[in-house]
Ligand binder design. Structure first.
Ligand code: NAD
Length: 264
């Protein structure tokens, strides 16, 4: 443990269970002395999220469906009752109908395209608007993205298009909020077996491919992601904004199958 986040207050959005990327980040932040609040999507998740929050000493656990402006407003209204200021926010939320996370991108429906962009892209902007209003200089906003934004990945489809837009929104918000000393970054995580990932077609194959072909010859863990998130959320990242930081065991630098990788 360390004191990197001592005296800092942060809101973690997107915790579903102990496999969630949000959980790896929350653990790293709590271990570094941060005080945390959590939001969860619906009643069904509350019974999973509340005990996890409590295990990190947090009792601020609030509902928020990011597809609903009134629900986002209610979250921040409630948060302000506990805290008068905010130092960081983690947005670990994405959604697409899983029927379109297989097959061809070109077949994406308008309805799912718009919903995926709404939940996976606009929600980070909507939340950052409200969070930044509670932040002082030194504030940090972080979202989660994937390499499917930059390169075509099988089955990632509309989520790849959404993540590309999310990364662009990070750059625009970094410029908008930079003069107030608020930083905005994206962490591009390698594949991790989570609830959201289980909706992606052939995810097992993607995991295996990354394990065999990334320079570190393994997959990342939520611990790896948590530690790198800590750098971006804490004062260690004070000069970093608008960045998409890869935490993927180096996979994004690779141009070809590794020489020692067996056929799978
Ligand atoms: P997860 O299923 O644990 O988390 C996804 C979260 O999104 C859940 O908590 C869910 O409740 C929330 N969510 C979805 N729709 C919502 C809505 N309308 N309102 C509020 N919350 C909503 O899965 P995860 O893999 O930890 O996903 C977290 C983030 O990490 C996502 O943005 C995902 O795209 C990204 N990511 C995941 C991987 C991976 O391989 N797992 C890799 C790179 C990036």
């Amino acid at each position: 443990s360390n004191t990197l986040m001592a005296g800092k207050r942060g809101l973690i959005m997107g915790l579903a269970n102990d496999k969630s990327i949000a959980w790896g980040i929350a653990r790293a932040c709590a271990d570094a002395g941060a005080e945390l609040a959590f939001s969860y999507q619906g009643d069904a998740l509350k019974k999973r999220v509340a005990p996890l929050a409590e295990s990190l000493g947090s009792s601020v656990v609030l509902p928020c469906d990011v597809g609903d402006e009134a629900s986002i407003d209610a979250l921040f209204d409630e948060l302000k009752k506990s805290w008068d200021s905010l130092d960081f926010i983690v947005h670990a939320i994405g959604y697409s109908d899983k029927s379109e996370l297989r097959g061809r991108y070109v077949d994406t429906s308008r309805t799912n395209f718009l919903n995926s962009m709404d939940i996976s892209v606009y929600s980070f902007t909507a939340v950052t608007q409200r969070a930044a209003a509670m932040m002082n200089a030194g504030g940090s906003c972080l979202t989660l993205t994937y390499y499917g934004a930059e390169r075509v990945m099988p089955h990632y489809n509309v989520m790849g298009v959404a993540k590309a837009a999310l990364e662009a929104s990070v750059r625009y918000m970094a410029e908008d909020l930079g003069r107030d000393g608020i930083r905005v970054n994206a962490l591009s995580a390698g594949p991790i077996r989570t609830l959201a990932a289980s909706g992606i077609g052939d995810f097992r194959y993607i995991m295996k491919w990354n394990e065999l072909n990334s320079p570190l010859r393994r997959n990342v863990t939520t611990d790896d992601v948590g530690k790198s998130a800590l750098y971006l959320l804490s004062d260690l990242g004070s000069g970093v904004t608008g960045e998409t930081h890869h935490v993927d065991c180096g996979y994004h630098i690779v141009g070809m199958k590794a020489p020692d990788a067996p056929d799978i």
